[in-house]
Design a protein around this ligand. Sequence first.
Ligand SMILES: [Zn+2]
Length: 290
Amino acid sequence: MALCPITKMPLLLFTFSVLCGRSLSEKLVDLSHDLAADSIRWPTSRSFEHIEISKGYQPNGNWYEAYDVSFGEHISTHIDAPSHYHYAARTVDQIPVQDLVAPAVVIDIQAKAASEPNAALSTDDLLEWMEEHGPIPDGAVLFVRTGWGHRYHNKSLYFGTGTDDPTKFAFPGISEGAAQLLTGYADVSGHRIVGVAIDTASLDPGNATNLKTHQELAKHNIYGIENVANLEQLPVTGAEVTVLPLKIRGGSGAPCRVLARIPDTSDALLTTCPSLLVLTAAVMVMLLQA
Ligand SMILES: [Zn+2]
């Protein structure tokens, strides 16, 4: 029985997507914390206020709910625009949208962070990762998983102190040397890194005094993302992230939603089951001839 073109197209598209290994049921993971009065913020930053304007039934019988909000730029899961630490670098509204949809890679330093709170991602960590997983893809956001994300709802554990005194902060971060390797990476590999993200309150470790990592990344227009959530769900490679900061004109940063699109196991299924690949190709040929 010949299939009419209208019937054939969806079948072809389905078969083609399977043949390409393109997942039909990708997982979406939210890598962002919400905004609330208890959101983590840098001590100099204003806390989140949600001020009720109206909440209830109006005289005309309609429900009406609305609020004003007030908060610092560097609160909860947020982007550090390069202008945060370099006078001539991009503000948050100037970050090209092409840099906000990116392949994601994850480097895990949980083991050393467990024994040293101010542990920092090193150049050796980066080189070892590349030896195992290959080059960092062009246009990628590099996520540093320290394990600190689980402490987010306990401010004292997250900052390593019960005070707001930055000289007492203790949490993992990224070393200046690692930042230099990342900013120089495009020169040696042709692959540009667009952003660096971490599951702590700062890109620099808690005991850093001069925030050299922030400065190094900022002067190369590489943005940062701090207070990332659910980082344990992001695979080492293969995910794509969409980073959506508020488009504050001239902003040095902004709270942002970070979503990760993670392929399901269909890729693995096809690579581990060549007969399925052959069968799918055969179905596609049959459909084309029908
Ligand atoms: Zn920040």
